[in-house]
Design a binder for this molecule. Sequence first.
Ligand SMILES: Cc1cc2nc3c(=O)[nH]c(=O)nc-3n(C[C@H](O)[C@H](O)[C@H](O)COP(=O)(O)OP(=O)(O)OC[C@H]3O[C@@H](n4cnc5c(N)ncnc54)[C@H](O)[C@@H]3O)c2cc1C
Length: 392
Amino acid sequence: MSVAATTSDSPAELDQIRAAVRELCAQFPGEYWRAKDRVRAYPSEFVDALTRSGFLACLIPEEYGGSGLHILQAGAILEEIHRSGCNGGACHAQMYTMGTILKHGSTAQKARWLPKIAAGELRLQAFGVTEPTSGTDTLSLRTAAVRKGDRYIVNGQKVWTSRAEYSDLMLLLARTTSKEQVAKRTDGLSVLVVDMRTAKKKGLTIRPLETMMNHSSTEIFFDDVEVPAENLIGEEGKGFRYILDGMNAERILIAHECIGDARWFIEKASTYAKERSVFGRPIGQNQGIQFPIARAYAATEAAALMVREAAELFDAGKPCGPQANMAKMLASEASWQAAEMCVQTHGGFGFAAEYDVERKFRETRLFQVAPISTNLILSYLGEHVLGLPRSY
Ligand SMILES: Cc1cc2nc3c(=O)[nH]c(=O)nc-3n(C[C@H](O)[C@H](O)[C@H](O)COP(=O)(O)OP(=O)(O)OC[C@H]3O[C@@H](n4cnc5c(N)ncnc54)[C@H](O)[C@@H]3O)c2cc1C
């Protein structure tokens, strides 16, 4: 079944989407991911299959060739990918960067990019926000875009721009007015769509970064890169707000991936604990093994409720900042708890590549740091929800 065949978010239809994703993921078993992980190769076959099935275009409206689904369904797709032992990190950005263009792009921009993205002819997988000197402090980013006639000239550097080598377009956040000249600290940043196919020929350099897991992350250097002014999304100087909008979607979608990972670890550990026999009985008969699995299960189900609430608020167009942040924090902690438990349940075999536990363990660790680290979520809750003094 293709994702386009389903259009509602009733439980039955969400189950249909999940079943279709599982069917696709079954073609990409552990051996596939292990082989990619070993040489840090991009899972092109998996991304192509997801694109062909329409799953990656699920948030693009039908008029532009997508299936016009909601975040709840997009989340179910990513959760199921992770629950099946696969990894959405190779392509999930297409889902969350999409919102910025959908919500703030002009009709002409949508008509220009969205049908091609939906058809798989154009890849929007790169999101350039983080910089080496500013880190989490996004408002201090330095990459500058200066307007010269009908174009912007971009200079600066980004880091951790994932998938840039496997994307045609990048959604870039750059400074168009200096920090000193803006009335509000959140003004002065703008969103540009950079066509990296042309930029690579003139001033844009992409350097891969080696990481703990297979994530195709890069650092990017801009040296007088020209971007047509028609690629500016929305109003100049208002880009931080547009990106913040998209960040709630990103947090909710990543939280779904965490829930998928956690459920994968719990299923894997439960199965192993029933099968592995030591001292003449299954290890799962020991409460020392059984209880951590049950605890991880309880933490995951509790986090999943918050993830669901955040997704429903988002889809209803209601404010969801606290819920999106709590969903991401609780789900990433649940997936890490489950990962840790799964390694311990497997004993020595938790470290053997062929069980996939160590690979998923490395992969799920990321979510407490990116796309936003736990401390920053706690600061947000402290300041903006509980009214405590700003800590930074
Ligand atoms: C594999 C990977 C992929 C990524 N992909 C992308 C991407 O595609 N696009 C993109 O733009 N970015 C991406 N990122 C970047 C990611 O969003 C950042 O790494 C993350 O937001 C943290 O920023 P930082 O690494 O600069 O940490 P820093 O800001 O240097 O912070 C370091 C530590 O200090 C803590 N800290 C900082 N300030 C405070 C404070 N005031 N109070 C308490 N604690 C604080 C942080 O929580 C963190 O634990 C990726 C990162 C990784 C590792």
